[in-house]
Design a protein around this ligand. Structure first.
Ligand code: 5GP
Length: 205
């Protein structure tokens, strides 16, 4: 099987702010360090502890526009007054090398990915309840109450779009959620279209 290197999977993960996308992605990377997290570009201000080039590439709006104009952004969205986008090149290079990539994007970002990158696996993370989502967003304490309310309002709209995703996982427990996502990845890897031609290789040996 050594001559057969399938492309890496692209996981497009969406879900309301506070559902735990960042935590799940960190957990997945802890279990499987070869998974790459696509680092987005944003015009939002860094939160305490966030570092440029690790959590995001923090850029000015004009720099973001320039990247867009140069075709460097695969998909983008404006969310609560800031721009967010996925750099194209690192994602394509990683998958060509057979490495899996996780994208953490808004719902409209996922819809754009479904349209322009149909090979991507789309997954929606749901909170166990709306009450729990409010609790997690408030507990995080990184946003003021007005921003929390804005994000909760946005969450209602986003959750209505869960039905458009291929997979839905309720994030009640980090370890269980991570295990479910890794199981989805294993199943996706066995899809014939991702393995096409492997049977010929096996029969030639
Ligand atoms: P936050 O400000 O909490 O880091 O992110 C706000 C929202 O932007 C989250 O829902 C997150 O998934 C989304 N987001 C982060 N990076 C990207 C990106 O590159 N593209 C899109 N469309 N959304 C993103």
């Amino acid at each position: 099987m050594s001559e057969f290197t399938p492309k890496g999977l692209v996981f497009c993960v969406s879900g309301p702010s506070g559902v735990g996308k960042g935590t799940i992605i960190a957990e997945l990377r802890k279990i499987t360090p070869s998974i790459i997290h696509s680092i987005s570009v944003t015009t939002r201000q860094p939160r305490p502890g966030e570092m440029d080039g690790i959590h995001y590439y923090f850029r000015q709006p004009d720099e973001f526009q320039q990247m867009m104009a140069q075709g460097e952004i695969l998909e983008h969205d404006s969310y609560c007054g800031n721009f967010y986008g996925t750099p194209r090149k690192p994602l394509i290079e990683a998958t060509e090398q057979g490495r899996d990539v996780l994208m953490d994007v808004t719902v409209p970002g996922s819809l754009a990915v479904m349209e322009n990158f149909p090979d991507a696996i789309t997954l929606f993370l749901l909170p166990p309840s709306f009450t729990e989502l409010r609790r997690r967003l408030t507990k995080r304490g990184t946003e003021n109450p007005e921003v929390v309310e804005k994000r909760l309002q946005k969450a209602r709209e986003e959750i209505e779009k869960a039905r458009l995703f291929q997979y839905v996982v309720v994030n009640d427990d980090i370890q269980i959620t991570a295990r479910k996502i890794l199981s989805i990845a294993e199943a996706e890897r066995c899809r014939y279209e991702r393995m096409a031609g492997v049977e010929k290789l096996i029969m030639s040996k």
